[in-house]
Design a protein around this ligand. Sequence first.
Ligand SMILES: C[S@@+](CC[C@H](N)C(=O)[O-])C[C@H]1O[C@@H](n2cnc3c(N)ncnc32)[C@H](O)[C@@H]1O
Length: 304
Amino acid sequence: MSAEQPGAATPFELVLVVPEAAIEAVGEALDALDALSVSVEDADAMTEAEQALFGEPGMPPPKEGWQRSRVVALFPDEAGAREAAVLLAAQDFFDGCRVQGVRAVPEQDWVRLTQSQFEPVEITPTFWIVPSWHEPPAQAREVIRLDPGLAFGTGTHPTTRMCLRWTATHAPVGPRVLDYGCGSGILAIGAAKHGAREILAVDIDPAAVESTRLNAEANRVALQAGLPDAAKGEHDLVLANILATPLKVLAPLLCAHVRAGGHLVLAGILARQADELREAYAPWLALEVSDEEDGWILMTARKP
Ligand SMILES: C[S@@+](CC[C@H](N)C(=O)[O-])C[C@H]1O[C@@H](n2cnc3c(N)ncnc32)[C@H](O)[C@@H]1O
């Protein structure tokens, strides 16, 4: 197999120069943006400013980056790498960082590499995300079939997993569900597997909308997918796994889409951002932290 095979997108690298103060936030954001891998090296390597970075023997280095790190993040395709560059540039922590380039990564067996990185993912003991090249585990009763593709959301990221887990543990969810920032459509499909019947999925990225339609079809789920303008009406459940900054901007809009008695479920939020999110949503809903994984939190509220 090779990258030239029909259907195999060419992977792209996003190359960033990041000061030490921003390295942790950039790393977390790249993780949230579904980078396949992230490597960090000294941006000043082979110059007079080169710094050695050592840890205790057998221990990790004492810090995560150099004074200026060169961060190389691998994405499955060009759209993913470019979207990550745009989303990162909009974050407050990105001040002082620089996008050095977005470039194709040639001549490797990316299909096999990608497949080897995606194993079935357990959401609950009976709810699994399973790539098409795997058999579902015997104990799986609800299964989403999903392969890594153009859009974020394969179930490997804690933010996605927490949203899916919430949906599974609150099943059956009400019939009307809005997935805002749908990416691959994984949350919408997960809601369909747990009781939702009228599902609307929206995203600013047309590639995500298309990906959601295809993934829904592959999972025999009926839903409507479109750009954010398509979000209309009130819903029993509104799910939004975006990053903290856009979630704050979207607060009035997302709250308006929740019916009285309905639920709002937000992810893409770091534990240290809980208070700012709570404050941003306070005029409409009282958010609380209802799950936490790897430093990411799930914030939820029920509309009175
Ligand atoms: C972190 S991904 C989440 C994808 C999927 N829902 C999941 O949970 O895995 C965030 C998605 O939100 C979309 N997005 C970002 N800002 C948005 C906005 N203002 N309105 C709608 N979608 C947005 C991005 O294009 C991306 O597909």
